[in-house]
Design a protein around this ligand. Structure first.
Ligand SMILES: NC(=O)c1ccc[n+]([C@@H]2O[C@H](COP(=O)([O-])OP(=O)(O)OC[C@H]3O[C@@H](n4cnc5c(N)ncnc54)[C@H](OP(=O)(O)O)[C@@H]3O)[C@@H](O)[C@H]2O)c1
Length: 240
């Protein structure tokens, strides 16, 4: 685990923070001194990880429209604002994976709701908080977790791949339109040994997969590089 001790005071929200990459990000960020809020649907898991890490636990479904505002309000209320939003929670769509010809429309809708429309709604709901952070000189960043399935036409990954392609393109366009205030980046964490991966490819050779902690460390380093100057601006905040 790397140590970005300058993350003291950084206010970060991580969706899907109870398992796999999201959990590894929460652990790494808390260990680096960030103040973290995590979001997931399963209440006992949220309570357990919040208790374990000291992060704020928020129960909610990012794919559900009515959950967006309560999630956003709990994030800004618990952290006193927001510097970094990590849209990490994800749906595979049909599980087990299915060819597009065999994919129910509802499964495609589920992948789009959780992987594209949900992050879009959450960004919009948190835009004011992120913009305030940017104007205060703290820096503001949205990290959208994508996949190589956004670029490659893997058979069986149609709903998921299409949703990740949309998320990647939204990130790029939003970054273009934001004019440097809030930064938006899309990151492919690589193939990791997680429950999502096991649900998609049950017979995969797990030894060939990355550890989520390694991907989390890479992403946290990218966050540090994407917020130049911000660390000085909040240097005093970390001493709270
Ligand atoms: N694993 C890989 O090989 C791989 C490769 C490329 C990209 N990725 C991307 O990496 C990210 C993390 O994947 P992972 O493999 O770490 O997944 P994971 O281990 O299955 O964890 C998913 C997390 O998201 C939460 N979640 C799922 N649906 C949600 C929803 N609708 N609302 C709120 N929370 C939700 C889950 O908790 P609840 O079920 O309790 O809600 C859990 O905390 C995803 O964006 C994925 O697409 C993964």
């Amino acid at each position: 685990m790397t140590n970005n001790s300058n993350f003291g005071g950084l206010r970060v929200a991580v969706t899907g923070g109870t398992s796999g990459l999201g959990l590894a990000l929460v652990r790494q960020l808390v260990s680096d001194g960030a103040r973290v809020a995590l979001v997931a649907r399963t209440e006992p898991d949220v309570a357990r990880i919040a208790g374990e890490t000291g992060a704020t636990g928020i129960v909610g479904d990012v794919g559900r429209k009515t959950d967006t505002r309560p999630i956003a309000l709990q994030i800004t209320g618990s952290l006193g604002g927001l510097d970094v939003l990590i849209n990490n929670a994800s749906s595979l769509g049909p599980t087990p994976l299915a060819l597009l010809a065999d994919t129910e429309c509802e499964a495609l809708e589920e992948a789009l709701a959780v992987n594209v429309v949900g992050p879009f709604r959450l960004i919009r709901a948190l835009f004011g908080a992120l913009d305030a952070s940017a104007r205060e000189g703290r820096g503001a960043l949205v990290v959208n977790i994508t996949s190589d399935a956004a670029l490659n036409a893997y058979s069986g990954w149609g709903a998921y791949g299409a949703s990740k392609a949309a998320l990647s393109q939204l990130s790029a366009i939003w970054n273009e339109e934001a004019g440097g205030g809030i930064r938006f980046i899309a990151i492919d964490p690589g193939d990791m040994d997680t429950p999502l991966r096991a649900a998609a490819v049950p017979d995969a050779d797990r030894t060939a997969l990355k550890r989520p902690a390694d991907s989390a460390a890479e992403i946290v380093n990218t966050i540090g590089s994407a917020l130049p100057g911000r660390l000085d601006a909040v240097a005093g905040v970390g001493a709270e």
